[in-house]
Design a protein around this ligand. Sequence first.
Ligand SMILES: Cc1cc2nc3c(=O)[nH]c(=O)nc-3n(C[C@H](O)[C@H](O)[C@H](O)COP(=O)(O)O)c2cc1C
Length: 135
Amino acid sequence: MKGVVIYWSGMGNTKMMAEAIQEGMNQNYPTELYYVSEFDQDITQYDKIALGCPSMGAEQLEDIEFEPFFVNVESQLVNKDVLLFGSYGWGNGEWMEEWQQRCFQSGMNVVTTHIVNETPDDTQLTEYREIGAKF
Ligand SMILES: Cc1cc2nc3c(=O)[nH]c(=O)nc-3n(C[C@H](O)[C@H](O)[C@H](O)COP(=O)(O)O)c2cc1C
């Protein structure tokens, strides 16, 4: 069993979530952590895949690095266990709803999704470690 956490973060909020989730996953199986533009592995080698991206644009995935990455790997994640997470600001989480639907349509097994308003606090980070450990 092997896991990976791949994320994009502009201001560091989604990065904090990514690190906490990886810490939790690592308790059960080795889990690698990548900033999205540094991911150069074959994604099909992982059993558990956590993907993080904040709400950007107008309720969209970040379009310069994350969206192109996701388009590339989307068809390789059929039947894979996927956890989605990300931070948002003034919206209502619509980007995550749409992302989750897109993943379902691509045949992924979306296990859970987690969103946080702006910066996660210590309680939330503890929760993300637990979520990672349960994934
Ligand atoms: C260019 C830009 C577009 C954004 N668009 C949205 C949006 O559509 N909906 C929303 O809720 N937050 C939006 N935000 C707020 C970010 O999602 C929020 O600040 C988040 O915490 C950033 O996460 P990060 O620190 O991981 O980059 C936007 C922020 C920026 C800079």
